[in-house]
Design a protein around this ligand. Structure first.
Ligand SMILES: NC(=O)c1ccc[n+]([C@@H]2O[C@H](COP(=O)([O-])OP(=O)(O)OC[C@H]3O[C@@H](n4cnc5c(N)ncnc54)[C@H](OP(=O)(O)O)[C@@H]3O)[C@@H](O)[C@H]2O)c1
Length: 344
């Protein structure tokens, strides 16, 4: 792109707000920055007031880069408006799942496959947050030793389901704490009174092994994203991937216990070296060290620790991986794609 672009952020929920932060913190060059959402209003982000416009196809006139962070699905922002933006000359970078697996749409994690941006036809997709941090952690291992198998268990923050979902965690936790003030542990009532329209059950003081709807072979849609998207990003459908995705009562940062086996023989030292030399990764060389979700919040990197061998199977390992789902898992990755677009 050989001009300073006009940029729009579509949607100003959990991801949209983080996108504004990333653009500002990274001094992304733009001639004009607009924000579109369903309704017009002013909003305050970190002390600055931004004017939000109600979305309208004509609003995309003159826009060069459109960062979509609206809701997914049939009536979602990207399905309704991405084409409107593209036909007016914008390149769309979409955070949702609607277009990720389409052949003509590059699915990009810059540390892994930024070269695929070149082939875009107006739309580039940002992968799912759970997939992004896993492929950043495994990219060098895939490159050097080829992955035979990945078994993932994720522990996912509520903000991964949007702003309302984190509000639900806060409301349930506050209600239970308030109702139990002064009681001892044996007398606690741990149940919230509200319904569970956002999660498959109460999220406060609980964990829920279901993210998204049930789909093929009784995996959830979130679990299948970690399979299909990883295959596409690594351009390697031969990797045997299986996962269980769990929602936990944490506001921000997803944690992942990742088990993997390599095709080529690899020692613990080989894997350790690959992780040390991985772009976007903070690797804890001491296998007894690890990151916690609160430490990763607001940070850009993927934190990898607790690397250890499977004592019974060769070239097989476990690691613990933590990253801010709203930053590297969504907003930051999208802004990095936009940065790459500028230099293409
Ligand atoms: N949260 C994560 O960790 C994460 C990670 C990766 C990808 N994603 C994806 O990123 C997208 C945004 O997620 P989020 O968590 O930020 O959601 P969110 O907190 O629910 O916010 C959604 C935003 O989209 C706007 N919006 C909804 N429908 C729209 C439409 N038809 N036209 C224009 N704007 C519309 C809403 O506008 P109003 O404010 O006016 O209602 C709101 O500002 C989703 O596709 C999600 O799957 C999220």
């Amino acid at each position: 792109m050989n001009k300073i672009p006009n940029v729009v952020v579509v949607g100003i929920g959990a991801v949209g707000v983080e996108m504004i932060r990333c653009l500002k913190q990274r001094k992304f060059p733009f001639a004009k920055l607009s924000i579109f959402a369903r309704t017009a209003r002013d909003t305050d982000i970190d002390g600055d007031t931004y004017s939000i416009q109600a979305i309208d196809p004509k609003g995309f006139e003159g826009i060069d880069i459109a960062l979509f962070a609206g809701t997914e699905g049939e009536k979602g922002a990207a399905v309704t408006y991405a084409d409107e933006a593209i036909k007016r000359g914008a390149v769309v970078i979409d955070n949702g799942a609607d277009f990720r697996l389409k052949d003509e749409v590059p699915l990009v994690v810059p540390e892994v496959n930024k070269e695929s941006i070149r082939g875009h036809k107006g739309l580039i997709a940002n992968p799912n947050c759970t997939t992004i941090q896993m492929v950043v952690a495994l990219a060098q291992i895939q490159k050097r030793f080829k992955l035979e198998q990945i078994i993932l268990t994720s522990f996912q923050a509520t903000s991964g389901a949007g702003k309302k979902a984190s509000q639900r965690l806060w409301d349930e936790t506050s209600e239970i704490a308030e109702a139990n003030r002064g009681k001892n542990l044996d007398a606690l009532d741990k149940n919230a009174s509200g319904d569970s329209d956002i999660f498959a059950g109460q999220i406060a003081f609980n964990v829920i092994p279901k993210i998204g709807g049930f789909s093929r072979d009784n995996y959830t849609s979130e679990e299948l994203k970690t399979v299909d998207e990883t295959h596409k990003i690594f351009a390697d459908p031969s990797i045997k991937i299986t996962s269980t995705c769990v929602r936990v009562p944490v506001f921000t940062s997803h944690c992942e216990a990742v088990y993997f086996k390599t095709k080529k023989d690899a020692s613990l030292e080989d894997i350790s070296r690959a992780l040390k030399e991985s772009e976007g990764v903070v690797f804890y060389e001491d296998s007894q060290s690890f990151a916690l979700p609160l430490e990763a919040e607001g940070k850009d990197e993927v934190f990898v620790g607790r690397l250890r061998r499977d004592s019974f199977n060769k070239s097989s390992f476990w690691l613990w991986c933590v990253s801010d789902n709203l930053r590297k898992g969504a907003a930051l990755n999208a802004v990095q794609i936009a940065e790459n677009l500028l230099v293409l």
